[in-house]
Every structure is written in C-alpha cells, then in structure tokens.
Write a protein that binds this ligand. Structure first.
Ligand SMILES: Nc1ncnc2c1ncn2[C@@H]1O[C@H](COP(=O)(O)OP(=O)(O)O)[C@@H](O)[C@H]1O
Ligand SMILES: C[C@@](O)(CCOP(=O)(O)O)CC(=O)O
Ligand SMILES: [Mg+2]
Length: 442
C-alpha cells in the first residue's frame, strides 16, 4: 500500500516537522449534528501541536505528556500485510476511508493494545495505530510523535478532533498521500490543496470514530479547514458526503468561553442521547428538528448583510433556546447551569453549553454594550466557583505545518523542549501561529 519509492520516503521522513490544528466552538446545534441536523461551529485560537521526528531505531514512539502517555511499539509488530489486504484504494490509489471502523482491522491491532490499562491511553493509542496502519507503510522509518495542546482536554472544545487532524495530516505526509503544506498565512489554497485537505478531513473523521464512536464530523471539519462553517452530516443510506458551507464575513461576536473544568466523556454523552432517542423517538425527533431549524435561523441572522443590535439580540434568544433544548437532551450539568445563572445575574449576555456538555465549557454571547463592571463581577464569581475563562478568538486557520528547513531555531523541534513546555502560555509563546510567519497551510 505504499505510494512512494524509498528515496522519496527517506526525504519526506528525514527532517522533523510540526503540524497543528485548532479546536472549535460549536455555537449552535451540538448533538443534533450527530443526527444529520445542520450545526454551526468556528475554529478556536486554542490548538493542538504534533511534533514528528525520526527515531534512531525501528520503534514508533508516542509521547503525549498532556495525558501522561508514553508508549512505543516495534514497527515490525504492526500487521501491515494483514491490514493492507483489508484496505480498499480510492480512484487516486490512496487508502479509502470506510463508513465505519473496520472490525477486522481493530481486531488485528488489539494485541498491540493489550497491556494498556487506562481507557484514555487505550483510546489514544487505538486512534494512532488505526490511522498509522492505514496511512503509513512498512518502509517508513521508526518515528517519534509528541502531542501538546493549548486546548483543555475533554472540555467540549474539540481536543479529540484537533488531535485526530494532527495525526491524520502527519501520517498522510509520512505515507506520501499528501504533499507538504506550502501556503503561508494569507495565500489562497489551490484546488490541489483543497483536495488534500479533504483527504485529511476524511481520515480525521476516522480518528474521531476511534475516540468517540459516533461523531458527526463537524469537529474535525472545522479543525481541518478552519474558519466558521455550517455543517450537515449526511445520515442517508446513499453514502453521500456531509455538506460543509463556509460562513464568510462571520460577524464580530464577543463570545466568553468558560470552562467548568468538570471532566466528562463525549462518547458517554453522545451515547446517552442515543439511548433517549431510541426510547422516545417521536419526542426527540421533534427536539432534534427544532435544533436544526434553530441553526438555520441563526445562519440566516449571522449572514445578513447588516448585522446590528437587533441581529445580536436575536442570536442571544437562539443561544438561550438552544441551551434549553440541550437540557431536554439531558446533557447539561449543575456546573453549566451555574455559569448560566451567574451570567444572567450580572446580565452579561446569553449562555449555552458547547460541545458534548455534561461539564466542560459554556459560551456566553456577551451584550454589545455590556457593563464592564458587571462583567468583571461575573468573571470574579466564575473564578470563585473554580471556573476558568478563556480569552480567545474565533474563525482562525485550520491545519498547518512548520518545517525545520524553514526555521533557524532548531530548538522548536527538540522533543525534550516540546515535552517540557509547562502550560498553554509557553506552548503558545513558542509555537503560536500568530508568532511564526513560517507556518504553512494546505
Ligand atoms: N493533548 C492531547 N494529548 C493526547 N490526547 C489528547 C489530547 N487532547 C485530546 N486527546 C484525546 O481526546 C480525548 C478527549 O476527547 P473528547 O472526550 O471528545 O473531548 P473534547 O471535548 O476535548 O473533544 C482524550 O481522552 C484523549 O484521548
Ligand atoms: C456532541 C457533538 O455534537 C460535539 C462533541 O464535541 P466535543 O467532543 O465535546 O468537543 C458530537 C459530534 O457532533 O460529533
Ligand atoms: Mg471530542
């Protein structure tokens, strides 16, 4: 299943490189997106970063310090031959994604996961091995993969999707299925790049399926393409692709991101909604439809030519209604309701949970003319509850890469330094997209 000669492989795997993909904020339509309803999400300035560097042996090493995972395999233990026989190729001769994970591939990988106790570690290693065994070949030398993120993990900001996009893009480059990213910040992508981004997006959805079973695809779409999108999963039997529409001229929304820091699992929350929709199909069909209609309404408001105070007020109404529908789906949490109560108490704007819920983050669409004193009081009360507020921007760049040949500072590609960044500020300082013009995009 290799696409490349050894010389080409050697060149594409010789020098270290870094890929990065953004997290996301789902503004309207989480959970209903899983059932094919339209939803709106935007890329976040918090990102995941993956450093890929050659190992001096045949080992494949994962170093994921943010989840305290350090694991390696001998590359000769990967059942490439057996897996390659299960992978179909697309019309360009590249590994073709499947609608669902292939159970036989998962079975062939399970011996490599036997001695991994922690569920979080097991899921992350399974995601990596599934993508690696599909996208990379036996000839690829042993490499080390180090992941760091400025995103809070498991907080509804798509950390799984940004990790999946980083892994899918890096492995697609190692497998020589996509060329190196080449465009700087403001150059437009070409058709070839758009095609390569689609390949990365498709395989990152496979990564998401490894993380939480039944993803809609909105998280990895935003992490791949960046910007802001209206996304609709195709749930029909006709195997049609999902529909992703870029939202141009996304309005300047003042969104406050508040992390309740309550841990939760997207897989469990999405599973819980699935149980409810099975138990009460008629009731929940209407709830999910309402969320879809709400996203369409919000999209029309956001894309109106003259976005003013009235439009902001309408979006705030929809934020409140969307949150109420998510409560009906059973995915809120007392801590999220507390964020809403504090926001309403100081009249700072309209608040809803974002992502899978059950804890994690809420977003507040802050009033355009908010009383700054009241906002400060609300932030103080958030912090008294142990909630963490983020000052972020929306609509940024999607997946990108930093190549050692473009950077004079070789330290950026040191595994030791990369693992050693103490917090998101140090990571941002060293690697931030805004600080390095050398970042390249597809
Ligand atoms: N920085 C990271 N390093 C390693 N694994 C990560 C990282 N960020 C996310 N993950 C993986 O993604 C999972 C969280 O995904 P999920 O439950 O969907 O929450 P989220 O809302 O952040 O997407 C983690 O359990 C871990 O397996
Ligand atoms: C709940 C859902 O709509 C978003 C999940 O977001 P997160 O993994 O909690 O960041 C699921 C999906 O759309 O894949
Ligand atoms: Mg996720």
């Amino acid at each position: 299943m290799t696409s490349s000669s050894p010389e080409k492989l050697a060149s594409s795997t010789q020098s270290p490189f870094i890929v990065s993909a953004p997290g996301k904020v789902i503004i309207f339509g989480e959970h209903s997106a899983v059932y094919g309803q339209p939803a709106i999400a935007a890329a976040l300035s918090l990102r995941c970063y993956l450093l890929v560097s050659p190992n001096d042996n045949d080992r494949i090493t994962l170093e994921f310090p943010d989840i305290k995972l350090n694991h390696s395999w001998n590359k000769h233990d990967i059942p490439f031959e057996a897996i390659k026989s299960l992978v179909k190729l697309d019309d360009k001769g590249r590994p073709k994604v499947t609608e669902e994970l292939v159970p036989e591939i998962s079975d062939k990988l399970s011996p490599l996961l036997e001695n991994i106790e922690s569920k979080m570690h097991h899921t992350a290693c399974f995601c990596f091995l599934y993508l690696y065994s599909n996208l990379v070949s036996q000839e690829t030398p042993g490499m080390k993969f180090v992941v760091r993120s400025t995103l809070p993990i498991g907080a509804g900001l798509g950390s799984s999707a940004s990790t999946s996009v980083c892994l899918a893009s890096a492995l697609a480059v190692l497998g020589n299925w996509v060329t190196k990213a080449s465009f700087s910040h403001d150059e437009p992508a070409t058709d070839k790049d758009a095609e390569e981004l689609e390949f990365i997006d498709q395989w990152s959805l496979i990564g998401e399926k490894c993380f939480h079973g039944n993803p809609s695809g909105i998280d990895n779409a935003v992490a791949t393409h960046g910007g802001a999108v209206m996304f609709q999963r195709n749930v029909g039997a006709d195997n049609q692709p999902s529909v992703r529409t870029n939202i141009r001229n996304f309005p300047e929304l003042k969104l406050l991101l508040t992390n309740t820091t309550v841990p939760r699992s997207t897989a469990k929350l999405v599973g819980g909604v699935g149980e409810l929709t099975k138990r009460y199909p008629t009731i929940f069909k209407d709830v999910l439809n309402s969320m879809g209609n709400l996203s369409v309404e919000a999209h029309d408001i956001m894309t109106t030519s003259k976005f003013g105070e009235l439009e902001q007020k309408k979006l705030q109404d929809l934020i409140n209604v969307n949150h109420g529908l998510l409560v009906a789906l059973g995915v809120s949490h007392p801590s999220l309701e507390q964020v809403k109560i504090i926001g309403d108490k100081f009249n700072i704007g309209a608040t809803k949970l974002t992502g899978a819920g059950g804890g994690g983050c809420a977003i507040t669409l802050v009033n355009a003319n908010v009383d700054e004193t009241e906002l400060k009081k609300a932030m103080d009360e958030f912090s008294q509850h142990g909630f963490e507020c983020f000052d972020t921007s929306l609509g940024g760049k999607g997946v990108g890469a930093l190549y050692s040949e473009d950077i004079s500072n070789a330290d950026l590609f040191s595994t030791e330094l990369f693992c050693g960044y103490r917090d998101r500020h140090e990571i941002e300082q060293a690697l931030g997209i805004a600080n390095n013009n050398e970042w390249r995009f597809w």
